[in-house]
Design a protein around this ligand. Sequence first.
Ligand SMILES: Cc1cc2nc3c(=O)[nH]c(=O)nc-3n(C[C@H](O)[C@H](O)[C@H](O)COP(=O)(O)O)c2cc1C
Length: 149
Amino acid sequence: MPLRAIAYVSEASAGLSSSALDALVEDAARFNTVAGVTGVLLFDGQRFLQYFEGPEDGVAAVHERILQARSHAAITELSRGRVPRRFFPYWGMRWLDVDAALIRQLADGDWDGFAQGLAQDRAADSALDQLLELVTGRMGTNGPVHAGA
Ligand SMILES: Cc1cc2nc3c(=O)[nH]c(=O)nc-3n(C[C@H](O)[C@H](O)[C@H](O)COP(=O)(O)O)c2cc1C
């Protein structure tokens, strides 16, 4: 079954506490696990950058829930398309705290090669490459894996 993925940035609603975010992501991870969707959510205290992937119907259902959520606004899609394989199989969903500069850099990055996945013969520096590097670098260094792993 072909896999699809979506990446976007958004602005958190004012006053979203980290415990509210934990609860939200726990709920998201539960839903995603049933839908066969995996991914990662970066948060700098104000902005989100999320990437998720899975079967078409699962991705569509998750996307709808994300569009409906009142905990964020100003959702801007970075990329959407088919992916040749799962790049982020680790978690149903998990959030990682990152610097604002990193979200800015990723949001401004090259998402064009998204459908081809990671760089092979391209310059190895697509936004997807950078995100994967970040996530694998943070695995195991940031406390226990939780929330629907
Ligand atoms: C930044 C963000 C990421 C989310 N990611 C997912 C997700 O991956 N899967 C999912 O099913 N729902 C996701 N949701 C939806 C939440 O799990 C939840 O249903 C939603 O936030 C409902 O509460 P709210 O309207 O108070 O925000 C996300 C919501 C936000 C704000």
